[in-house]
Design a protein around this ligand. Structure first.
Ligand SMILES: [Zn+2]
Length: 144
């Protein structure tokens, strides 16, 4: 079992993600310079396992702002699109290091957003901006 302090292993996913994201931050879409962070899209606090398809690369600052909240609908749409388009490739490139199963990652995300709906959690947009829970987000896990 991987432990949360295994930063170096998580860091090793960065080059793969950087390429998929064309060198841009997953959340704010601005160029990533040296300070980037591999983020658990579904926060570690909700699902403490490293799934390859759950990783995104972002600025340290965006990661800090998102903290352990769930991301807003526009980010979910982007995450789904990334995984539908590049899921196979992420699997190929990361499966030696992490559990890579797109179906599992999608199911975990759906479960997590269902919980957020039930608890009327707000979703993180950017900076210190949040939005009310948007039920449309749940449909994003259905297609694919
Ligand atoms: Zn950013």
């Amino acid at each position: 079992m991987r432990i949360p302090s295994d930063i170096r292993a998580i860091r090793s996913a960065a080059p793969v993600l950087l390429e998929r994201q064309n060198g841009h931050c997953f959340y704010c879409a601005r160029p990533l310079r040296d300070k980037s962070h591999v983020d658990h899209f579904i926060p570690w606090s909700q699902y403490p396992h490293d799934l390859g398809h759950n990783f995104v690369l972002c600025h340290d600052s965006c990661n800090l702002e998102k903290s352990d909240t769930l991301a807003a609908a526009e980010h979910v749409a982007k995450w789904r699109e990334r995984n539908v388009q590049w899921g196979g490739q992420i699997d190929t490139e990361l499966r030696g290091k992490f559990v890579c199963n797109l179906e599992t990652a999608t199911t975990v995300a759906e479960w997590s957003y269902q919980n957020a709906e039930a608890s009327k959690s707000r979703l993180w947009k950017t900076g210190d901006e949040y939005t009310d829970f948007d039920a449309a987000v749940l449909r994003m896990f259905q297609t694919g």
